[in-house]
Design a protein around this ligand. Sequence first.
Ligand code: 6GU
Length: 234
Amino acid sequence: MRIDVITIFPPLLAGAFEHSIIKRARDGGIVDIQIHDLREYTDDRHRTVDDSPYGGGAGMVMKPEPWFRAVESLRPQGNPGHVVLLTPQGRRLEQRLVQEMAAEERLIILCGRYEGVDERIREHLVDDEVSIGDYILSGGEPAAAVLVDAVVRLQPGALGSSHSVVEESFSDGLLEYPQYTRPPEFRGWRVPEILLSGDHGAVERWRREQQIERTRTRRPDLLLTGDDVSETTS
Ligand code: 6GU
């Protein structure tokens, strides 16, 4: 998979893709991630990317020309890529949407700034708009880090064999069960005896009960929707 991210703050994102699972996936050729500086696609001396809004009002609006120039210069003839604008006005990111994005051969991610982008970018350049939740970030960069991480770890081979996508929270619509490791007692707090019992069937039942109870108390909305994204997880 190929992912291009266009931003006015490349250093903000570079570090996010240089560690752990994403680094390994990049090193292993599973994903090719390229970060591009929007200012490289300006044509004036000041490398201007924004301007004041028509009609007046506070804040600045990102100009269309650098975005169009950037995306058009990145697109090879054959593979245009799915162009995603990160904005609080977008579709809210959930695992189902992550799976949709992960199935693309190529993503071109545009990091908007909160104050806004010229509407013609939305209308004529972008295929999809995504938000990572109902709160305001100053720019799309942290959202790009979130989206790329979630998408990369779904690429075949990105996770080691010790790690199963299927067992994770949300892949079956439930939260994770509680986990413990050594020591069996820490500051007087014991690991649940059942986990030390060696009875695998009992452990499995206990974990399932914990998942359901935890989901019921913390995220009852997950039980109510009946959403189950596991069928599309492989
Ligand atoms: Cl994608 N961008 C900004 N600026 N704020 C957000 C967001 C995106 N998602 C949630 N809040």
